[in-house]
Ligand binder design. Structure first.
Ligand SMILES: Cc1cc2nc3c(=O)[nH]c(=O)nc-3n(C[C@H](O)[C@H](O)[C@H](O)COP(=O)(O)OP(=O)(O)OC[C@H]3O[C@@H](n4cnc5c(N)ncnc54)[C@H](O)[C@@H]3O)c2cc1C
Length: 418
């Protein structure tokens, strides 16, 4: 029994198992064609998700959502993650782009974009990373210059999942001057492909193929001013908000992929024999399973408590939420990498072939420590928020001073810091 079966409420369990049924209905041929790059964008998959009401679960009914919380959404994404990160990411994009529209969009923007996106009738993508770099968000060089009642967009974005199939891109571009605080120089726009966005499929990806990951080129693309999300130069606030779905979807998806991989290896270990016994009977094998299941449950626990935290503190993006979201992304993606590596080792040589999907999971999952903010950037955020919390805790809550419990605590002359 999954730990979720005990801790989710009836409604959350219902949607989780609806997602599991949906995942079972996706044809293996779709995944194979995507991995062979015979498909650049699985349109029908998104349409089907939309028609089953599975997209953007936490958004309002009027926008096409179900008004569920993050707990429901992450448990569903674990199910979708079984299909791998390309389909997982395409599932999550309406949630990521939707977060910006829900929190900062006008009623007109919600009607024009959010609702059709959640109903699977309009395909969206998110364009943040540029050829010059992704980690340094505020160093963006794409520009959007005001020209009467429109903006003129110039520059490039790269690694955009869905570039090939999306109708509309959420784009961050520089609108402030280089002399201002860099955090106040970026704005966010809904840019329709038909405004003149050029897309290029230029990458041979190691894994996570078939999601249409490509480059965007903007050459004097005119964007009407009503497509600005939030106020001018408020892109930093929108980015902070969007990082919650961006990173939580990666975390929960990684757990789903890892679960699927270790299940294959565990079942294989009960049937495959060496030295006359099932390999499961060798501790070297069964302990890898034990370590993997423990990591999976630890990742789930962190994702679950983070989800509860986000649901309880709606709208908050900083402090403990930023730390927990970053921890979830880092821990779950690294756990998934370890687990899939165990799965491959347990299966021996056949695990390294495409007879089983373990080698695809391994290629796919490697991406997850890199995208949606690298795990080094997660560490940067985790330590930053922790030091902040440590400072305020000392001032506000005065915990027991455990330093005084040391036998030599009174040797203050030995407490030398410089
Ligand atoms: C298949 C794929 C799909 C993607 N999908 C999307 C998408 O849909 N939309 C989108 O906008 N982007 C997308 N990305 C981009 C992804 O988020 C970036 O690749 C990632 O954020 C890292 O940026 P970068 O590649 O420019 O690396 P860089 O920013 O150049 O970083 C290179 C290395 O330096 C390290 N580093 C950089 N700064 C620091 C620092 N301050 N402290 C410590 N280490 C640091 C990084 O951790 C990394 O190891 C995708 C990428 C891939 C490969």
């Amino acid at each position: 029994m999954s730990m979720y079966d005990v801790i989710l409420n009836e409604e959350e369990l219902k949607v989780k198992y609806q997602a599991r049924e949906f995942v079972k209905s996706v044809l293996p041929s779709l995944l194979r064609q995507m991995d062979r790059e015979e498909i650049q964008y699985p349109t029908k998959y998104i349409e089907d998700l939309g028609s089953q009401g599975l997209l953007g679960l936490r958004f309002k009914h009027e926008s096409g959502g179900r008004e569920l919380g993050w707990v429901a959404e992450t448990s569903v994404i674990e199910e979708i993650g079984v299909l791998g990160p390309a389909l997982g990411c395409l599932y999550s994009l309406p949630s990521i782009v939707g977060e910006a529209l829900e929190h900062f969009g006008t009623p007109d923007q919600k009607e024009k974009y959010l609702e059709p996106i959640l109903r699977g009738k309009l395909f969206c993508a998110e364009a943040l990373t540029e050829p010059r770099g992704g980690s340094d968000f505020f160093g963006a060089t794409c520009t959007a210059e005001k020209d009467g009642d429109r903006f003129v967009l110039n520059g490039q974005k790269r690694f955009v999942v869905g570039a090939e199939g999306a109708d509309v891109f959420l784009v961050y571009a520089k609108t402030g001057s280089s002399t201002s605080d860099p955090r106040q120089t970026i704005s966010t726009f809904m840019v329709e492909k038909k405004f003149g966005v050029q897309t290029k499929h230029v990458y041979g990806l190691m894994g996570s193929r078939g999601g249409g990951t490509g480059r965007l080129l903007f050459e004097n693309v005119f964007v009407p001013e009503e497509n600005l999300i939030g106020s001018l130069n408020s892109g930093g606030d929108i980015f902070n908000q969007m990082m919650i779905p961006e990173r939580m979807t990666s975390a929960a998806g990684a757990v789903g992929s890892a679960r699927a991989g270790i299940e294959i290896a565990a079942k294989y270990s009960t049937r495959r024999k060496a030295f006359g016994r099932p390999i499961q009977k060798f501790q070297a094998v069964s302990f890898k399973i034990a370590d993997s299941i423990t990591l999976l449950d630890a990742a789930r626990s962190l994702i679950y408590s983070t989800s509860r935290h986000i649901d309880t503190n709606k709208g908050l993006t900083n402090g403990p939420i930023r730390r927990l979201v970053s921890e979830s992304k880092k821990f779950a993606t690294e756990a998934a990498w370890t687990i899939i590596n165990h799965a491959m080792q347990i299966m021996g040589g056949i695990g390294y072939t495409n007879v089983y999907p373990i080698e695809r999971f391994l290629r796919d999952i490697r991406l997850m420590s890199i995208w949606t903010g690298t795990n080094e950037i997660m560490n940067l955020l985790i330590q930053h928020e922790y030091f902040d919390e440590l400072e305020t805790q000392v001032v506000e809550k005065k915990p027991r001073d455990v330093e005084l419990d040391a036998i030599g605590a009174e040797f203050t002359e030995e407490k030398i810091f410089e």
